[in-house]
Design a protein. Structure first.
Length: 104
């Protein structure tokens, strides 16, 4: 009787092992199908992928930094231009007055 019970348990263990293997295979198959379906739906919705989003975000950050640098450069150039115009006007006024006095 012990041999029969032992054989029965061995067969039962084999069946359980085979069932577990089949269940794991089935799970992998279902996971693959679900993933493919989700990717298809997301593709149809035109949702941006993470990599594309990160690339565009980096481009925007670089553009923002460049804009800040250009604003600072414009401010510096405008200040230099205004200083040059002020110096030119004051030099022109003093030259014009003295030229007007010596002419008569």
């Amino acid at each position: 009787m012990t041999t029969t019970s032992s054989r029965l348990f061995d067969e039962l263990a084999k069946m359980m092992g085979n069932a577990a293997g089949a269940a794991q295979g089935l799970r992998r198959e279902i996971d693959g199908l679900v993933k493919a379906q989700v990717e298809r739906v997301l593709g149809d919705l035109a949702i941006v992928q993470r990599e594309e989003f990160e690339a565009v975000r980096e481009m925007a950050e670089r553009a923002r930094e460049e804009n800040e640098q250009l604003k600072a450069r414009i401010t510096t150039l405008e200040a230099a231009r205004d200083a040059g115009q002020s110096a030119g006007k004051s030099a022109g006024k003093s030259t014009g007055k003295s030229a007007g006095k010596t002419a008569p």
